[in-house]
Design a protein around this ligand. Structure first.
Ligand SMILES: Nc1nc2c(ncn2[C@@H]2O[C@H](COP(=O)(O)OP(=O)(O)OP(=O)(O)O)[C@@H](O)[C@H]2O)c(=O)[nH]1
Ligand SMILES: [Mg+2]
Length: 262
C-alpha cells in the first residue's frame, strides 16, 4: 500500500514550527508549507503564546489532518520546543524532521530542494552563507552579527559549516538518534550551533543547501542580548573544552572511546 505521507527518498517528514506570539504569521506559513510540499506533516510547538497563536494552530489543525499542535506550558526557549518536537516525531515513527521558523524568514518554497538533498544526507542545513543563497531586507547589524557569529563558530569549533547558527534544517531521525540530545543545554541560537557540533562529531553526513532568507515582516523578533551572549559563551566553552581534551589526549595518548566529550 502506498504511504501517502512519505516523501520520495526520505520517508515520513514532520515540519516542526516552534511559535511564540506568531498569530499574524502562522496561517500564512502553514498554507505555504502545504502548497510547497504536500507530502509533509506539520507540528506547531507553541509555548502558550499570550497572543493566541495556540488557538490559531488548533483552527488550522481542525481544517487539515496533517497539521498538529503541541501545546507547551510556557516560554521555555526555541531549543526546548524543538527537542519536544523531535520526541513527538520519534514516538510517531517519522523518518525526518524539519526545523522552520514561523515568521516567514525560512521560505517553504526552498523545502523541496532541501528534502531532495536529504536523500543523500543525514542533516541538511539551509544556508544563508553559501554560493547561491540570498538574504533579503536584513539590517547591516544583523548581517554582521550572523557573519561574525558563524565565522567564530567555524574557527572555534573546527566545523566545515557555513551557517552553523541557521535554523532551517532537515534531520533524519536516525541521525538524531546518533546524537546525545540529553546533553543539549542551549536555549537560543546556540541550540543550532550545539546540534551542528554534535552532528559533526558524530560523523553524520551534513550537506548545505542555499536558501533565500528574508527578514520577518510581521510580529516581533525574540532575539535578545541574552541569546547572543549565550551563543558566545557556549561556543567559547565548547572550544576550550575541545582544546583541553585534545591536549590531554596528546599528553596521555588516551583512546577516544575512554573519553567522555563535554
Ligand atoms: N515554542 C517557542 N518558540 C519560540 C521561542 N522563541 C522563539 N520561538 C519561535 O522560534 C522562531 C524563531 O524566532 P524569531 O523571533 O524569529 O527569532 P530569530 O529568527 O532568531 O530572530 P529574527 O531574525 O529577529 O526574527 C519563531 O517561529 C518564534 O516564534 C520559545 O521560547 N518557544
Ligand atoms: Mg526570525
Amino acid at each position: 500500500m502506498r504511504d501517502e505521507t512519505g516523501h520520495p527518498g526520505v520517508g515520513r517528514v514532520l515540519v516542526v514550527i516552534p511559535t511564540y506570539n506568531e498569530a499574524d504569521n502562522l496561517t500564512w506559513i502553514v498554507q505555504r508549507v502545504r502548497r510547497a510540499v504536500p507530502s509533509v506533516d506539520i507540528l506547531v510547538a507553541d509555548d502558550n503564546s499570550p497572543d493566541g497563536t495556540g488557538a490559531v494552530a488548533e483552527a488550522l489543525a481542525g481544517q487539515d489532518r496533517r497539521v498538529h499542535v503541541l501545546h507547551r506550558e510556557g516560554k521555555q526557549g526555541l531549543g526546548a520546543a524543538y527537542l519536544a518536537g523531535f520526541g513527538w516525531a520519534r514516538q510517531r515513527g517519522y523518518d525526518a524532521v524539519v526545523e522552520m521558523d514561523a515568521d516567514g524568514s525560512h521560505a517553504p518554497e526552498d523545502l523541496p530542494a532541501m528534502l531532495a538533498a536529504a536523500r543523500d544526507a543525514d542533516v541538511v542545513i539551509g544556508s544563508r552563507w553559501t554560493r547561491g543563497a540570498q538574504v533579503l531586507n536584513w539590517p547591516l547589524r544583523r548581517l554582521l552579527l550572523s557573519r561574525c557569529g558563524n565565522l567564530y563558530a567555524r574557527l572555534a569549533l573546527g566545523m566545515p559549516v557555513s551557517d552553523a547558527t541557521g535554523g532551517y534544517r532537515v534531520y533524519r531521525l536516525s541521525a538524531l538518534d546518533a546524537l546525545d540530545l540529553a546533553s543539549v543545554c542551549s536555549q537560543g541560537y546556540s541550540f543550532q550551533v550545539e546540534l551542528s557540533r554534535l552532528a559533526h562529531r558524530a560523523g553524520v553526513r551534513i550537506v548545505e543547501v542555499p536558501i533565500t532568507f528574508a527578514e520577518r515582516e510581521r510580529g516581533s523578533s525574540k532575539m535578545s542580548p541574552f541569546i547572543v551572549a549565550e551563543a558566545l559563551w557556549r561556543i567559547t566553552g565548547w572550544a576550550v573544552a575541545d582544546r583541553r581534551l585534545a591536549f590531554r589526549r596528546g599528553l596521555h595518548g588516551t583512546p577516544t572511546g575512554q573519553v567522555r566529550w563535554p
